[in-house]
Design a protein around this ligand. Structure first.
Ligand SMILES: Cc1cc2nc3c(=O)[nH]c(=O)nc-3n(C[C@H](O)[C@H](O)[C@H](O)COP(=O)(O)OP(=O)(O)OC[C@H]3O[C@@H](n4cnc5c(N)ncnc54)[C@H](O)[C@@H]3O)c2cc1C
Length: 489
């Protein structure tokens, strides 16, 4: 309920001296939260606690009509727009200073058609919402590996996860999207309707409009899968990576793996004597029969003697939230990322040599194995770039509020990325931070996809209304780097 205080229009409040207590947007039925509202600080907070931005207004939408009203209001008042899905983007583009946040966090509905193997997912849903509803029918689609990540931002950037090598990226399973454009029009984008927009939404991020609903293809998965991490001591990292390189060369598409270099989190499933010990860990999920998974994983599980092997049959939906408590909301985060080719010895030496030089026990490095179905979709068939890369690596600095790790951890991530320099093969746009070098957004797509995205942008958002993101400027297709990165204006 809104506090019954002075009612004023946005323009009166913003341009006059009076501090607004209640703001109205014609036809808006959700919640409008401004600086005088008791929930303002909670509503403007996002996953990355290092981001501290103060929008004039947070428009928490409860339906597409609210999104339309909020977009039109923002345009009428010349307000900066940020779009918030799950609020997980490390760059913090889900919230802006001064302008309006079009906040979809109250729109988390998921509807499943089990017979048709389809799911309709609202634009503010989290992956935990999708997994819970689809797994009730033994179905799933490729989503992120942390259940509190947003579906919208993750999907619009591409969407990598445990199932991608078997079932493709999130965008490879996207069948249609409902979009509110920069003019406040409602469009449906699919292979048959606005196919250029549909192409751009499958990797081009939040540049083309506010997506209020996604339609995904589903696949039979589990509901019990063979999954879990296998841990070795940090001093074995080089040898484990060499073995892993050979192991994944012939791995079946069903086997999704992520290598983590970290200190062991103090989780109840892990013996206390291992807590905080630096380890190299291979997380695995086999999207097929348990017995086949046992066979596929055996060589890895018997390499040397692991410190701990937690791989075993477990509900997919449980495995999907196993990492949630290691990346809590409100901690400070800073990332650097790149795609990498197959692991050569000299690349392994760089990774093993830098991975454990962080200072915060909450920092880590995660390296996803791509290939499989990801690389069998033609480059340029969707707007997701660099499909032939073997790995996507994130150097993930994390420290709690009040801890004094910021400068050291930032230096560690930058130094690590610099050391990977000669091996870099593009980057995943969703792993880019808020202070990237000019040209990194182009790097995420490659020239031809980037230029085509700029053309589509000029059709659907010629004024670059949606620019608080990893920005693609309209029509800059003549070989110019059309972006300065997140929050580009
Ligand atoms: C802990 C963690 C784990 C992750 N794991 C994975 C992973 O396994 N796989 C993977 O692919 N990525 C992963 N990511 C990266 C993730 O894809 C991005 O952070 C993504 O932006 C999250 O989506 P969101 O909706 O929460 O983002 P938000 O922060 O809400 O939004 C980020 C941007 O996305 C766009 N956007 C969001 N919602 C909409 C919408 N409804 N319509 C239009 N544009 C919108 C906007 O441009 C916005 O600025 C992870 C991130 C974190 C923090």
């Amino acid at each position: 309920m809104t506090t019954p205080m002075t009612t004023t229009t946005y323009a009166e409040a913003h341009h006059g001296s009076m501090q607004p207590t209640v703001v109205e947007i014609d036809g808006f039925r959700g919640r409008l939260i401004n600086a005088s509202h008791a929930d303002y600080d909670v509503a403007r907070a996002i996953w990355n606690g290092a981001i501290d931005r103060r929008p004039h207004l947070i428009a928490r939408c409860i339906g597409t009509a609210d999104v339309v009203a909020a977009v039109r209001f923002a345009r009428d008042h010349d307000l900066e727009i940020a779009i918030r899905g799950g609020g997980h983007g490390v760059a913090g583009t889900a919230v802006c200073d001064d302008g309006i946040v079009i906040d979809l966090s109250a729109m988390r509905g998921v509807r499943v058609d089990p017979a048709g193997r389809r799911a309709w997912v609202q634009g503010g849903a989290l992956w935990g919402d999708v997994d819970r509803e689809t797994q009730a029918h033994g179905l799933a689609t490729t989503g992120g590996i942390v259940s509190h990540t947003g579906v919208a931002g993750l999907t619009l950037g591409g969407g990598i996860g445990w199932l991608m090598r078997k079932h493709g990226l999130a965008v490879d399973n996207l069948l249609a999207a409902d979009v509110v454009t920069a003019d406040g029009e409602r469009l449906r984008a699919s292979e048959d309707e606005h196919p250029d927009l549909f192409w751009a939404l499958r990797g081009g991020g939040g540049n083309f409009g506010v997506v209020t609903s996604f339609e995904f293809r589903l696949h039979p998965v589990g509901p019990t899968v063979l999954a879990g991490p296998i841990l070795w001591d940090a001093s074995d990292a080089g040898e484990v990576l060499r073995f892993y390189r050979d192991f994944i060369r012939d791995a079946p598409d069903e086997l999704g793996t992520v290598v983590k270099f970290c200190t062991v989190p103090p989780l109840s499933v892990i013996p206390e004597e291992l807590h905080w010990r630096p380890v190299v860990m291979v997380g695995a999920c086999y999207a097929g029969p348990i017995e086949d998974g046992e066979k596929a994983l055996r060589p890895l599980r018997t390499f040397r003697t692991p410190l701990l092997d937690l791989a075993g049959p477990k509900p997919y939906v449980v495995f999907q939230s196993a990492l949630d408590s290691t990346v809590l909301h409100g901690w400070n985060y800073y990332w650097k990322a790149t795609h990498l080719p197959a692991l050569r010895d000299d690349l392994i030496d760089v990774i093993a040599g830098h991975a454990f030089s962080c200072s915060s026990p909450r920092s880590y490095v995660a390296m996803f194995h791509l290939k499989g179905a990801v690389s069998r979709v033609a480059e340029g068939a969707t707007a997701f770039g660099n499909r032939q890369a073997s790995h996507a690596i994130i150097v993930h600095a994390a420290w709690r509020p009040g801890e004094d790790f910021g400068d050291r951890e930032t230096a560690w991530t930058r130094g690590f990325l610099a050391a990977l320099g000669r091996f870099r093969e593009g980057v995943y746009v969703n792993f880019l931070g808020g202070d990237e070098d000019p040209g990194r957004v182009r790097e995420a797509y490659g020239d031809s996809v980037f230029d085509r995205l700029a053309d589509v942008k000029s059709s659907y958002d010629p004024d670059n209304v949606f620019h608080h993101n990893q920005n693609i400027r309209p029509g800059l297709s003549a070989g110019v780097s059309g972006s300065d990165g997140a929050g580009d204006t």
